[in-house]
Ligand binder design. Structure first.
Ligand code: MGD
Ligand code: MGD
Ligand code: SF4
Ligand code: MO
Length: 757
């Protein structure tokens, strides 16, 4: 069947009003050129360094003689990868910087200003009663650590962000667990926890079952809640190639992201000049309604008898209830919930039914909801109803965030430790591990707010900036006695997340500067061996993460049950990983062979899953309750005009998480960071005009003087940039995964009454 014919009648969103009419393209090339020329020799050396890209988890690797992906394809570094290297190539922070700037002055810095201060290059401490960070000797750092980590184990915690190596992650969890604590919060708690929890329940494995090779063999990709043109740019090349071989891309997103409509990839000359059409079908749904859309697609397949019942009977359990639920849910309820008409839902279902190998890929638009796990179940149900799990070229593919966030999970940095790993770790540590459940990131903030944490170790990240309700985050961190921040660059978390007694910042090498080899794991389960490197920071007093953590571990555990300083040798750590983490056996020989590998047991080419029955489990997914609060519920009295919208807090095209590189977002036509993007129809309803300045009220406060920008977002929805907006929001949290609903925040947008009018 000619699919393009089928797809024509459904209108594609009009992108003619954009300032930039396609994603990628020349701005990307200019950026590349500008940065490479400015930093020339150093940057080229870094680009050629054999190590995984530091930016996203797509996992592109630099390689001697080129930048290649795991399939050996050339020219695979995008502008975002360059951006992350350039950020790290900054000079050191001035020697007297902290003497010259008080805490109040540092707190006034924006994320972008903090990032531009330069690289952290010596350890510093902020002591209670002082207004200044001051340099501290390493001996004192370790003496403080010895005391701080001797507190009761349940009052000691760590938080980590997935940029560090597997080796650092492994040591971190081992030393915290050896203390008797399971408080291993991680940025993934705010990110793909719903995917991990959901996929584990369905398939018995919490990661992507699709390799890059599989993606290249697929003939349809359903891309939900991802702004890949900005956040995983090399994925765009795969979508372009998929369309060129006649495949289909269904995009599900409340916002029309221009790069998902039309993208110019610098990797292909033709695409660069003329652009490449990405979406065959763009489904613009209400935020938080992915379950309804997916249920509608399931219902359509069931009604047209296009379900693969043989597959369901042989390889799944629980399918009868899922089918019955889809049948019983009315079309009216489905279309009302998601705001997409039945014809378009059925059309999407037809594309899936008629494709032979479908990959379902998703990011934060799916996980960051109060029913995030249901979203994952609904995706898995659709994959299973059509037999698209457990065969080459098809399956479920969470698109992971930080460049080694998945490795952190694999290494056991999680509050949901696999039983097999628990046993191997107990054998290694010669003691039973604590059974007291650990705190995930949100629980950690709540526990600290409640004075239940004494000592916190942060391996990377910005715990303050990544969490909602900044006043609470700051207060909670202030209730902790001692915080260690292990970081490469200053960020607002160092200044707003200060501990009650002492806050210590430890400056570390980046991935491409470490004096030893490390490994990282991509979102598609591919393990890279990163070469040793060197730093351009000549007189700096830096340590490697592994070195610092092993010193710390030695302070805590000495020689029990082994000399922890031995873990400074990353070759030895890789041996331990091979011995204790199932699927990682090849780590034992990676130093000799240099052979990078895909982790065993993750990619499914047969429909046999690592669950107790070998079958996939299917779960009924109720429609989300998307009722909005009313204006009155916000309790604001001086409203001239106002409207309640559902806010999605997202990344701009020029930031990496809490780190802002540039203020605006030209792909979305947003000039600076204090904007709210809304639909023009909603503005008409509320009586707003474009560029009006409004107040925005979330569950934790309000921001004023926010500029209205019109954009192609679903009516009733709005978009603002994180981390700034975290100050005022307090979304619900998914009870099953702990993931905050960062993509579903009810807000009041209003113009206050003018006094006297
Ligand atoms: N350059 C760059 N790269 C990055 C990052 C970065 O900040 N900058 N961050 C890294 C990290 S840690 C992560 S987790 C990823 C994040 O990558 P993404 O998940 O792509 O990032 P977000 O900006 O959170 O955007 C999510 C998308 O979800 C859509 N969305 C919102 N609500 C809904 C909904 O209800 N349903 C659906 N279907 N869609 C919805 C939004 O419109 C937006 O397009 O990127 C990683 N890569
Ligand atoms: N409102 C809202 N909030 C969100 C999100 C959202 O979409 N909306 N997204 C959530 C998501 S998906 C995530 S992953 C979190 C991100 O939260 P985090 O991972 O905690 O934050 P990052 O901004 O990535 O952390 C940046 C800092 O990491 C440090 N760093 C960088 N590289 C290295 C390194 O190699 N080693 C060490 N030790 N430190 C390093 C630098 O000091 C830098 O300033 O935010 C979450 N918060
Ligand atoms: S797609 Fe991600 S991993 Fe690949 S080069 Fe770009 S930022 Fe790096
Ligand atoms: Mo993330």
């Amino acid at each position: 069947m000619n699919m393009s014919k089928l797809l024509k009648p459904y209108p594609r969103p009009d992108s003619s009003s954009f300032k930039i009419s396609r994603g990628g393209g020349f701005p990307v090339i200019y950026y590349w050129a500008e940065q490479t020329l400015a930093h020339r020799a150093l940057l080229w050396r870094k680009l050629n360094h054999h190590s995984a890209c530091k930016s996203c988890a797509w996992g592109t690797g630099g390689q001697k003689g080129g930048f290649r992906n795991e399939e050996g394809e050339f020219l695979q570094r995008c502008a975002k990868g360059v951006e992350s290297i350039v950020g790290d190539l900054q000079g050191p922070l001035k020697k007297d910087f902290f003497q010259a700037h008080s805490l109040e002055q540092l707190q006034a810095l924006t994320s972008q200003e903090a990032e531009r201060l330069g690289r952290l290059s010596y350890p510093v401490i902020l002591r209670a009663g002082s207004n200044y960070y001051e340099r501290i000797a390493w001996s004192e750092v370790y003496a403080i650590a010895k005391e701080a980590f001797s507190r009761p184990p349940e009052r000691v915690a760590s938080y980590s962000s997935g940029r560090s190596s597997n080796e650092a992650a492994y040591i971190l969890q081992l030393m915290i667990r050896a203390l008797g604590s399971n408080n291993l919060a991680d940025c993934s708690d705010l990110c793909h926890a719903a995917s991990t929890v959901g996929l584990k329940e369905v398939f018995g494995s919490g990661t992507s079952m699709v390799s890059l090779e599989d993606l290249k063999a697929s003939d349809c990709v359903v891309l939900l809640g991802s702004n890949a043109p900005a956040n995983h740019p090399r994925l765009m090349n795969e979508l372009i190639k998929l369309r060129e071989r006649g495949g289909q891309v269904i995009v599900v997103n409340p916002m029309v992201e221009i790069g998902l409509v039309d993208f110019a990839s610098p990797a292909f000359a033709r695409s660069m000049l003329f652009g490449s059409e990405i979406s065959s079908l763009y489904l613009q749904l209400h935020p938080g309604s992915d379950v309804a859309l997916l249920l509608g697609m399931q219902k359509s397949l069931i009604e047209r008898n296009q379900v693969n019942y043989d597959y369901l009977k042989a390889h799944t359990r629980g399918w009868e209830a899922v089918v019955a639920h889809a049948r019983a849910t009315t079309w009216e309820a489905i279309t009302e919930n998601c705001g997409i008409d039945r014809a378009a839902i059925e059309q999407a279902a037809q594309v899936v039914a008629q494709s032979r190998r479908v990959v379902f890929a998703w990011a934060m638009g799916v996980t960051q909801h109060f029913n995030g796990v249901d979203n994952i179940f609904a995706i898995a149900n659709l994959a299973l109803l059509t037999g698209n799990a457990g065969k080459p070229g098809a399956g479920t593919m969470p698109i992971r965030g930080h460049s080694n966030v998945q490795g952190f999970g694999s290494m056991g940095v999680t509050i949901r430790l696999k039983e097999e790993i628990r046993q191997t770790l107990e054998a290694l540590l010669e003691r039973p591990l604590s059974r007291v459940p650990g705190f995930d990131t949100r629980a950690l903030i709540e526990a600290a707010d409640d004075h239940r944490i004494d000592t916190l170790l942060c391996l990377g990240g910005n715990l303050f900036g990544a969490n909602f309700d900044s006043a609470q985050a700051s207060r909670a961190l202030g209730n902790i006695e001692t915080i260690f921040y292990i970081s490469t660059k200053p960020n607002p978390g160092h200044f707003h997340g200060v501990a009650g007694r002492q806050t210590i910042i430890i400056p570390v090498f980046t991935r491409d500067e470490n004096p030893h080899k490390t490994t990282t794991e991509s979102g598609n389960n591919f393990v890279r061996l990163n070469d040793e490197g060197s730093t351009h920071l000549r007189d700096a007093d830096l340590v490697s993460e592994v070195e610092f953590l092993t010193h710390l571990a030695y302070q805590m555990h000495g020689d029990v049950p082994f000399d922890w300083r031995r873990l400074q040798d990353t070759v030895y750590v890789r041996q331990l990983i091979a011995r204790t983490i199932p699927g990682w056996e090849k780590m034992a020989t990676i130093d000799q062979t240099g052979e990078e590998f895909t982790i065993e047991g993750r990619i499914f080419h047969e429909p046999v899953f690592p669950t107790p029955t070998g079958r996939a489990s299917m779960f009924v997914t109720p429609l989300a309750d998307l009722d909005k609060p009313t204006i009155r519920d916000f309790g604001i009295s001086d409203i001239q005009q106002g409207i309640v919208l559902i806010l999605s807090t997202v990344r701009s095209y020029s930031q990496h998480n809490t780190v802002v590189y540039k203020p605006g977002d030209k792909y979305r036509g947003i000039p600076h960071r204090h904007c709210i993007l809304i639909n023009a129809e909603d503005a008409t309803t509320a009586g707003f005009h474009e560029h009006d300045r409004v107040s925005v009220v979330g569950g934790a406060g309000q921001m004023t003087q926010i500029e209205i920008i019109f954009g192609p977002i679903k009516q009733g929805a709005a978009l603002m940039f994180y981390p700034e907006v975290n100050r005022i929001i307090r979304p619900r949290v998914d009870p099953r995964s702990g993931t905050p609903a960062f993509k579903h925040v009810p807000i009041l947008v209003y113009i206050p009454c003018v006094i006297g009018s």
